[in-house]
Design a protein around this ligand. Structure first.
Ligand SMILES: [Zn+2]
Length: 252
């Protein structure tokens, strides 16, 4: 499927363009405002998104507040956790979600893997977060200049079974963006990789799909810019009855 590419110099154009195609739209997932309606006893997806955006705004403007990490906070968390969002991000040292969103201990349930590749362990972690810890939002976040995606584009020889697994998981994003102009290729592949990761979480997890279907959980794709520090989000990925993941786009 063709990837929508922002014009050169158009910061965050993928998400911000007036003619944008959302991440979810690119994989044919129906966007549903009704998915924003969540359980009455927890924050709504829109509330969670607003909190993430506010934290990222503080971070990006060098105005991060000191997160609650003191003894008192630790004592509270020793009795249990109630993070307000789950974030799947790349393992890259420059992309720590807790810092990027200016959050403290116990605020985010973070799952990280190079290239945000969705394997069974990652899926299990996300399933635990949404079903047992009850986070109402899952963010799948890729980032500018991702080394894992770069390697998937450039590597033509085996790096061993484990690295090969990761690179092969990203290859569908590489294939999808094969015709994109060189100077735009990496970003296009990174966005496609997030796209596919979002789709994978829905098509490979019955638990997550059910929670999204009933409006309990909402998924957002996201893209982090290393230098500006800013995160842009996709439209909410809602009910999954119209997911059209193709076999060639599946990671496994
Ligand atoms: Zn990366």
């Amino acid at each position: 499927m063709k990837q929508s590419i922002p014009a050169k110099g158009q910061a965050g154009g993928w998400f911000r363009s007036s003619n944008r195609r959302s991440l979810a739209g690119a994989v044919g997932i129906l966007l549903s405002a009704s998915s924003l309606t969540l359980a009455l006893d927890g924050p709504s997806a829109s509330d969670v998104l607003a909190r993430l955006k506010a934290g990222n705004e503080r971070f990006a403007t060098d105005a991060s507040s000191v997160p609650p990490i003191d003894r008192g906070r630790r004592a509270v968390l020793a009795k249990g956790q109630s993070p307000f969002a789950t974030v799947l991000s790349c393992a890259d040292s420059r992309v720590p979600p807790e810092i990027v969103f200016n959050t403290g201990l116990g605020d985010l349930f973070v799952v990280r893997a190079a290239g945000e590749v969705v394997d069974r362990s990652v899926l299990a972690s996300i399933e635990y977060a949404v079903e047992h810890v009850h986070t109402p939002v899952v963010v799948v976040m890729g980032h500018e200049f991702c080394g894992a995606v770069t390697a998937a584009i450039e590597t033509t020889t085996s790096l061993g079974p484990n690295l090969d697994f990761m690179l092969n998981a990203i290859k569908p994003a590489v294939t999808r963006t094969a015709t994109v102009a060189q100077k735009e290729r990496l970003k296009a592949a990174i966005l496609a990789n997030v796209d596919i990761a979002v789709n994978d979480t829905l098509t490979q997890s019955t638990i997550l799909r059910h929670l999204v279907d009933e409006g309990t959980v909402t998924i957002f794709g996201a893209y982090y810019e290393l230098e500006s520090g800013r995160v842009t989000f996709s439209q909410p990925v809602g009910r999954t009855s119209t997911v059209h993941a193709t076999a060639t786009e599946s990671r496994r």
